[in-house]
Design a protein around this ligand. Structure first.
Ligand code: ATP
Ligand code: MG
Length: 360
């Protein structure tokens, strides 16, 4: 057995639809060590949620999965639903984007947290109630004792998200998977929910897979980052390595769209010009090529593999070695060019100029 709590190997997920086959995830491998937090980052449609649902065994019927997802000695792909439900109730907890869909409107939040504790069969009813109160306090529900008797619809989005985190904790999981837990929330509330997630991580000692499209969130939470594009990981590295020594033009674009953390208004993200390819008909070569300011002929014919690009660092770019040389000045000029070509309101990928993007 390995040291990893979770080992994903060459995971692929296709969805069959009326229009054809959507290649949502294409060959993804991921290791999660005890107490490690991995951030999965990418634009909408890059396959992040599909990865989470594949690990949890919650994919819809039109999905075809290949590859392997192992937790300890257990291979999770192909496991019957009953066994998967058991894994979800013990080893792996899921924190969905919108807890309104997972919380039951008919029961008080105190009941729902306590129920998750009884379900494990470890506590008396009174013990479970007491533990539920503790958990709600841990995730920062103010006046938790009174609030326990209220119903989900009486809570704000941020408070509901904390309840979902408390329920995840109730199972005393070894792994938590949070899928965009703060996306729908405003910045102040986001920070509070992230604090709740940190508290949950501290108390359970669980590892965390944190899915987000916001690199700013990953910076403060994750040990490692996996950047996804068009269903594939295109860069994986320790968080600092990604921020200071990215070897992948797409990641550099995302970094440019980082909202300034000192900017109160924190306006909308500035998108990378262009859109991701359709996963029904992927172009030949590198899927980022049509949007990439440094693409050259090889990128048209050959999709780059996720290859070594530094210590504990992999990147899917034919130019990763050139980028490793730290020559971001040339690169900077190219981004400006692309921006000019695209024109319009999408004033480029850079909230700040390229030269300000940290490089090591
Ligand atoms: P977002 O940031 O918007 O949540 P995501 O990175 O989580 O995006 P996924 O939801 O994993 O992306 O979707 C990946 C691709 O798979 C998308 O093209 C999506 O349209 C497609 N997809 C997801 N679920 C299904 C489904 N049940 N049937 C068909 N296609 C699907
Ligand atoms: Mg998603």
């Amino acid at each position: 057995m390995s040291d990893h709590l979770l080992e994903v190997r060459d995971l692929s997920v296709d969805f069959s639809t009326r229009e054809g086959t959507v290649q949502a995830v294409r060959g993804l491998s991921l290791d999660l060590a005890p107490r490690e937090t991995v951030g999965i980052v990418g634009e909408s449609g890059s396959g992040k949620s599909t990865v989470a649902l594949a690990i949890l065994g919650l994919l819809p019927r039109n999905a075809t999965v290949s590859g392997s997802v192992r937790s300890g000695d257990t291979e999770l792909t192909g496991l019957p639903e009953r066994a998967l439900a058991k894994v979800r109730g013990s080893t792996i907890a899921y924190i969905p984007q919108d807890p309104l869909t997972s919380l039951n409107p008919a029961y008080t939040i105190g009941w729902q947290v306590a129920e998750a504790i009884w379900a494990k069969g470890l506590d008396s009813k009174r013990g479970a109630h007491r533990r539920a109160l503790e958990l709600l306090e841990t995730v920062g529900i103010p006046r938790a004792a009174q609030q326990m008797d209220r119903y989900p619809h009486e809570f704000s989005g941020g408070m509901r998200q904390r309840v979902a985190i408390a329920i995840a904790m109730a199972n005393n999981p070894r792994i938590m998977i949070a899928d965009e837990p703060t996306t729908a929330l405003d910045v102040t509330i986001q920070a509070q929910v992230l604090d709740a997630l940190r508290a949950a991580r501290e108390e359970t000692h669980a590892s965390l897979i944190l899915i987000t499209h916001d690199l700013g969130i990953v910076a403060g939470m994750a040990d490692r980052v996996m950047v996804m594009y068009a269903g594939k990981p295109v860069e994986t590295a320790p968080t600092d390595e990604v921020f200071y020594r990215s070897r992948m033009p797409y990641t550099l674009g995302l970094l440019g769209s980082l909202p300034r953390l000192d900017d109160e208004r924190r306006g909308p993200l500035r998108p990378i010009p262009g859109t991701p390819p359709s996963l029904l008909t992927l172009p030949s070569g590198c899927p980022f090529r049509p949007r990439c300011p440094v693409a050259f002929d090889r990128c048209v014919t050959e999709e780059p593999g996720l290859d070594p690009a530094g210590p504990d660092h992999r990147a899917a770019c034919h130019l990763r070695t050139e980028l490793e040389a730290g020559d971001t000045t040339l690169f900077a000029a190219s981004w400006e060019d692309t921006t000019d070509q695209v024109g319009g309101d999408e004033v480029g990928i850079h909230g700040r100029s390229r030269s300000e993007v940290p490089h090591g």
